[in-house]
Design a protein around this ligand. Structure first.
Ligand code: 9D3
Length: 234
């Protein structure tokens, strides 16, 4: 079960945005190595009229447009029918539960999901009622659509799939996985505009280096992110 890693279907009016963004770096490698699958669905391909209309004016008036039920639902149903499992349909939306490390870990460990990206002012509420299992936000700021959020979700999730990261950069070592911010990093040269590398990092004493890094990570977390620090000591 779940051989080949999780499968993510993304329903989006701009599939090339996702293909492009997830073609690089760690997510690119994960997909290339078939440790995860990405399948893109465009609601415009499921619009029945000659103009392939996907949006319409909001009932009640006001500015902006709303994504129509029919093309969206047809695209999601096509994605679901194309899967052999019953993965959740997740609508990326500012009204959703906020993504965190726990949520990313759950998505990486499961079968995947059908991610739905909205554009314009949002989608017809009846689409959410009929097709959506959960809503997911990436934070309290306004994006121009769900696509950048889907990129963030998939970037965070794909790197957690076993085999995607090498042992050398194991996900378990990451700051948020450990519950701490990162420590400071330095590389050559030893002196830059009067700024020197902390001596311990040049000492060759691996125990002392590990102690220093842990202390710096803790200090920075305490000073910059009291919220994370409190959870670290729960
Ligand atoms: C200015 C538009 N707003 C009117 C009150 C509402 C609004 C509509 C559509 C706000 C954002 C969006 C598009 N955002 C997303 O699709 C989105 C999102 C986000 O904006 N912030 C954080 N997470 C997400 S997930 C999807």
């Amino acid at each position: 079960m779940n051989v080949g890693g999780p499968r993510f279907d993304v329903v989006t009016l701009f599939p090339q945005m996702l293909r492009d963004a997830l073609g690089y770096g760690i997510p690119g490698r994960a997909i290339e190595a078939k440790l995860a699958r990405l399948v893109l669905w465009n609601p415009r391909d499921y619009a029945a009229d000659p103009h392939r209309t996907v949006d319409d004016r909001p009932y009640g008036g006001g500015p902006g447009m709303v994504m129509k039920f029919a093309p969206l639902a047809a695209a999601v149903r096509a994605a679901r029918a194309n899967r052999r499992d019953a993965a959740p349909v997740i609508y990326l939306s500012p009204q959703g539960q906020r993504l965190d490390a726990t949520g990313a870990r759950a998505l990486a460990a499961g079968p995947g999901a059908v991610l739905v990206c909205g554009r314009y002012e949002g989608v017809d509420e009846r689409f959410i009622i009929a097709e959506v299992d959960a809503e997911l936000s990436i934070g309290d700021y306004v994006l121009s659509g769900g696509e950048p959020a889907a990129m963030v979700v998939l970037d965070a999730v794909l790197r957690l799939i076993p085999g995607v990261l090498g042992d050398a950069q194991s996900a378990a070592d990451d700051s948020f996985e450990a519950g701490l911010l990162d420590w400071p990093h330095y590389t050559r040269p030893e002196k830059i505009e009067g700024l020197e590398v902390p001596e311990v990092l040049l000492s060759g004493n691996h125990e002392a280096v590990a102690r220093w890094r842990r202390l710096e990570a803790e200090r920075r977390t305490r000073e910059r992110r009291a919220d994370l620090w409190d959870r670290y000591f729960q």
